[in-house]
Design a protein around this ligand. Structure first.
Ligand code: CP
Length: 289
């Protein structure tokens, strides 16, 4: 059994193997290979893509799925997160897919007998999001070495950036961040946004994560869009081969204008499609010896 907690725990060979299996899943392999497995999806934070693409992945593998709803559980009577997860382990559930607001929540569950797949923890990690980003980049360019990516926007509160930079650098990519001063984080290479638009292979826009902020953003949405948003003028300045990515959900008219969401350079919905396939691969890996 294999947990998937953070990509920094995995070797590059293991990461490439997951991407290879995800490609097989996209090509139609591995359907109904896990009809004996029961998976519980336990989301303690709102989610559309991660929650329901895990659900889709599980159904494609033939698993039976429990969608835990904390709002109608005994957590409403004060039961703790640990005791709730321990209850699912005691049911004999074959895997737990968990998203939590708490960084490294999984450390509490270290002795569990079933694999844990991290569907996002606090501001720390989002391993399956990074895997689907990598799958999308590999499909587009065929390699990672030497590609330049800028992640733009709310860097400080983004678990996607934290997971992506570590793994993308290991795979030989040049990684930069850009965006408003209030969301910068020391230790990352900064690039001016308009320079990034002209020079990068990949512009990855990040959602302004209002729900995680202690203070309201100092910029208005209009000013954010003017200085850091993907407008059609900026799309026109990108390299011919360059692409736009966004983990989504996106704030239309803030990080990205309506027309850019599905423009020729956008791979946003390809990322979402690939999310199902990397999650199938992550589940198959969970039950490997
Ligand atoms: N990208 C992502 O994690 O989206 P959800 O919050 O909708 O799962």
């Amino acid at each position: 059994m294999k947990d998937l907690l953070r990509l920094s725990n995995l070797s590059t060979d293991e990461i490439i193997h997951i991407l290879d299996v995800a490609k097989e899943c996209k090509d139609g392999k591995h359907r109904d290979e896990c009809t004996d497995k029961v998976v519980a999806n336990c989301f303690f934070e709102p989610s559309t893509r991660t929650q329901y693409s895990f659900n889709t992945a599980e159904l494609r593998l033939g698993c039976r799925v429990i969608s835990f709803n904390a709002g109608v559980s005994s957590m409403q009577k004060g039961e703790t997160f640990y005791d709730t997860m321990k209850t699912f382990e005691s049911f004999g559930t074959d895997a737990l897919v968990i998203r939590s607001k708490e960084n490294e929540y999984y450390k509490q569950l270290a002795n569990f007998r079933c694999p844990i797949l991290n569907a996002g923890d606090g501001t720390k990690d989002h391993p399956t999001q990074s895997l689907l980003d990598l799958m999308t980049i590999r499909e587009e360019f065929g390699h990672f070495e030497g590609l330049k990516i800028a992640m733009v926007g709310d860097v400080k509160y983004s678990r996607v950036v934290h997971t992506n930079i570590e793994v993308m650098k290991r795979l030989g990519m040049e990684c930069y961040v850009s965006g408003p001063k209030e969301y910068r984080e020391p230790g990352f290479d900064f690039i001016d946004f308009d320079e990034a638009v002209r020079t990068m292979d990949i512009i990855m826009l990040l959602r302004v994560q209002n729900e995680r902020h202690e203070q309201k953003m100092s910029l208005s949405n209009e000013d954010y869009h003017k200085y850091y948003g993907m407008t059609m003028d900026r799309v026109a300045q990108m390299k011919d081969t360059a692409i736009i990515m966004h983990p989504a959900p996106f704030n239309r008219g803030v990080e990205i204008c309506d027309d850019a969401v599905e423009c020729d350079k956008s791979r946003i919905f390809t990322q979402i499609t690939n999310g199902v396939n990397v999650r199938m691969a992550a589940l198959l890996r969970a039950w490997e010896d």
